[in-house]
Design a protein. Sequence first.
Length: 278
Amino acid sequence: MSTNNQLEFGFPKGGAFVIALVVLAVIFFSKATVTIGSGEAGVLYKTFDGGVVTDEAALGEGFHLVAPWNKVIVYEVRQQELLEKMKVLSSNGLDILLEVTAWYKPQTDQLGFLHQKKGQNYLERVIKPSIRSAARSVVGRYTPEQIYSSKRDAIQKEIFEETKMILDNQYVQLNEVLVRDVTLPPTIKTAIENKLKQEQEFLEYEFTIQKAQKEAERQKIDAEGKAAANRILNQSLTTNILKEKGIQATIELAKSSNSKVIVIGSGKEGMPIILGNN
């Protein structure tokens, strides 16, 4: 007698067919649904009906049902950052290393055309070449000294404006371009820094001279004012006025309780002289 027990499993009639239908349904459902994440949008590609859909809005965030034979290409539509380092030439032909940051995003309402005309690699195909072209064009109009010091903000603005002009009708939106760093050849940088230092010292010297000149001018005006006041005072002190003042002073002294001798008409101009103890 055999000690081996054999287990036999049997499917109900038609069970294999049901399982096959379930598997097919799962595959169909997985192919027919797509979920668009936050900050993304989808371009619908209809395999049997004209390819990329450009006359309808891109698929927004959330769950979508799509025919299993069609495809959805997902794009990030949030603002993105590009850091680009490039060598450019100044107006006198010197090499300048420029570090630029660009903020960009695809135009959501033109996403179908972006995919159809440029593809998912639009950053390499469109944005980077545009920024490089604009940077070379703008920097080539300035000297190393201007690039390093006084014209940096103007250069940044011009690169942004020229890049934006190039990207017009390219289905992308450029929000800002920032010049983060400018690197000059060491000898040129040292020469510019020395020149700027000398200019600063000269400005400080000029300021000191101007300050001294203004102080001297102030003192001159003050002295002239005092001299004019003295002239006016001297002109106003006539002989008669002095006599009157002397008489008034004599009268006041005469009223004093101290003993004194008054000699009438013995002073200059006939003024009295007062003799006595104080």
